[in-house]
Write a protein that binds this ligand. Structure first.
Ligand SMILES: Nc1ncnc2c1ncn2[C@@H]1O[C@H](COP(=O)(O)OP(=O)(O)OP(=O)(O)O)[C@@H](O)[C@H]1O
Length: 489
């Protein structure tokens, strides 16, 4: 365990690190982050006795740092050396063997069998055995970085202090190095204390983070306690966004540029709609943040082409997504730009609603057929099928929606659709009870993410009430068109 109490120190008259106290547990992967000049490297120099403490103390396993001899300290704490030109005349094996100096005694300091065994093991651990005789200047930057890590590990330290270990490494080498270190901290209880500039990497690998600002601790805790929008914006003086990693629990941040290339002008209007028997298309001039259950481009993403493709009601394709992708390609719409869904509804029966209120434009498009109508309470008693969606609801908004608003918007729109089904008296043909929708409905909500902030979209909010009313009216109208058509066929 490392315990730091009231650590104070620096270079001139004023302390750079000022009255800092914290502890790091054995086997912890501990990250130090903070803006340029916040004192991270100075903290490390004080921790490893490169510069003297003015006040306070550093305890390593309860023993104050100053009571360790240099060799004793080297057996406890290793640092990843900076790239040194002087190493380049040595080969990999010789460079890693230098890490054993703390264990070598006697006048000639010859490596012992134990030294050789340890070097063999760390070469193996770091995947360097095959290149053990290669001179350092024949290695890539990433390979060299691994040699320095092997040298530090050859010291058999309990603690590794790393200052930006992934500097100059491409992302695959960064990942490899950090995976190795994390594995060592998990399996060998190696304590890793590392400075990071990349907050996302720090959040991915560290158990805890220490955020420094102006020589002091601003926050210390788990990544989710440190990776907070307001806190990071205050310390880094930048606009950022913090969001969940799609795969892991570590929060991730994005920089938000403060320049604007595009003049904000309205882009949504009913004139965007192109409707044929084959498809309904909306193309926008800018990418829209979209949340949908579409076949192509489902989930969250940014898109500019929106397609609702008509298929026969008996359509039964085992890979509808593949078919949809092929169609998009035929129409010259790139997958990365396109959201596409299917429907068996007769497309010219679509209904549209458009409103402009309080600087927010809302465009709603609904296509509806009720062939697969189902009461959600009794949905389980029928065969699963690949039949295409029958009610497809599109909601386009000019405004800036929170993620909650996207989800609330979907909920509100679904409730409005169900109300339309109920008012139109649509029944589940199997149960004869009122249907709540059809078996394969799809919904999409897409927003410019510019203009008015729209934090909520529940039924009694401004946005929610508009979505509720407009989706209800459009769905009802599309169902009525459908019923009318069915009467005449
Ligand atoms: N050798 C030195 N002599 C005098 N001042 C120094 C010295 N090294 C650093 N400083 C000053 O100490 C402050 C903190 O520097 P330090 O290197 O600890 O910051 P850092 O957080 O590691 O920054 P960076 O992210 O830029 O590496 C800076 O204002 C810097 O100018």
């Amino acid at each position: 365990m490392i315990q730091i109490t009231n650590m104070t120190g620096g270079y001139g008259e004023k302390p750079i690190v000022d009255d800092v106290s914290f502890t790091i547990d054995s086997g912890e992967f501990f990250g130090v982050v903070g803006p340029n000049g916040s004192g991270k490297t100075t903290l490390f120099k004080l921790m490893s006795r490169i510069i003297p403490l003015w006040k306070g103390n550093v305890f390593i396993e309860q023993k104050p740092l100053q009571y360790y001899t240099r060799k004793q300290l080297a057996r406890k704490v290793a640092t990843l050396p900076q790239i040194q030109q002087s190493f380049f005349s040595y080969n990999v094996y010789e460079t890693v063997m230098m890490g054993r100096y703390a264990y070598q005694t006697g006048f000639f300091k010859q490596p012992t069998e134990l030294d050789k065994d340890v070097v063999k093991r760390v070469l193996e651990q770091t995947g360097l055995t095959k290149m053990r005789t290669n001179p350092l200047d024949h290695l890539s930057g990433g390979e060299r970085q691994r040699v320095y890590l092997a040298q530090a590990l050859a010291q058999e330290p309990d603690i590794l202090l790393l200052d930006e270990p992934t500097n100059h490494l491409d992302f695959s080498y960064q990942k490899q190095l950090l995976d190795d270190l994390k594995q060592l901290s998990l399996t060998n209880r190696l304590t890793v204390v590392s400075i990071f500039h990349d907050l996302n990497i720090a959040s991915l690998y560290c158990d805890r983070l220490l955020l420094m600002d102006q020589g002091q601790i601003t926050q210390i805790g788990k990544p989710e306690e440190v990776m907070k929008k307001a806190l990071l914006e205050r310390v880094y003086h930048s606009s950022i966004d913090v969001h969940a990693n799609p795969t892991l629990s570590s929060p991730q941040m994005n920089l938000l540029p403060d320049y604007s290339l595009e003049k904000t002008s309205s882009i949504l209007s009913p004139e965007l709609l192109e409707v044929t028997e084959e498809k309904v298309v909306i193309k926008t001039t800018q990418l829209l943040k979209t949340f949908s259950s579409a076949l192509v481009g489902g989930g969250f993403g940014w898109y500019r082409n929106f397609i609702n493709y008509h298929v026969d009601k008996n359509f039964n394709c085992h890979s509808p997504r593949q078919l949809m992708l092929e169609k998009c390609q035929q129409w010259g719409m790139a997958e990365h730009d396109t959201v596409a869904m299917m429907t068996a509804a007769h497309l010219p029966d679509y209904a549209v609603r458009f409103s402009v209120e309080e600087n927010v434009r809302i465009l709603i498009v609904v296509t509806a057929g009720t062939g697969n109508a189902v009461d959600v309470v009794h949905g389980g008693n029928r065969m699963l099928n690949n039949q295409p969606g029958t009610v497809n609801t599109w909601i386009f908004i000019e405004g800036h929606l929170s993620e909650q608003a996207f989800i609330q918007g979907i909920v509100t729109a679904t409730e409005a659709k169900t109300k339309a089904f109920s008012i139109c008296g649509i029944k589940d043909p199997m149960t004869e009870t009122l249907a709540t929708g059809t078996s394969t409905d799809s919904v999409l909500i897409a927003s410019t993410q510019k203009g008015e902030n729209l934090e909520y979209a529940g039924p009694i909010t401004f946005l929610g009430s508009r979505i509720g009313e407009m989706v209800y009216e459009a769905t009802k109208e599309a169902i009525e068109h459908n019923i009318e058509r069915m009467k005449h066929t």
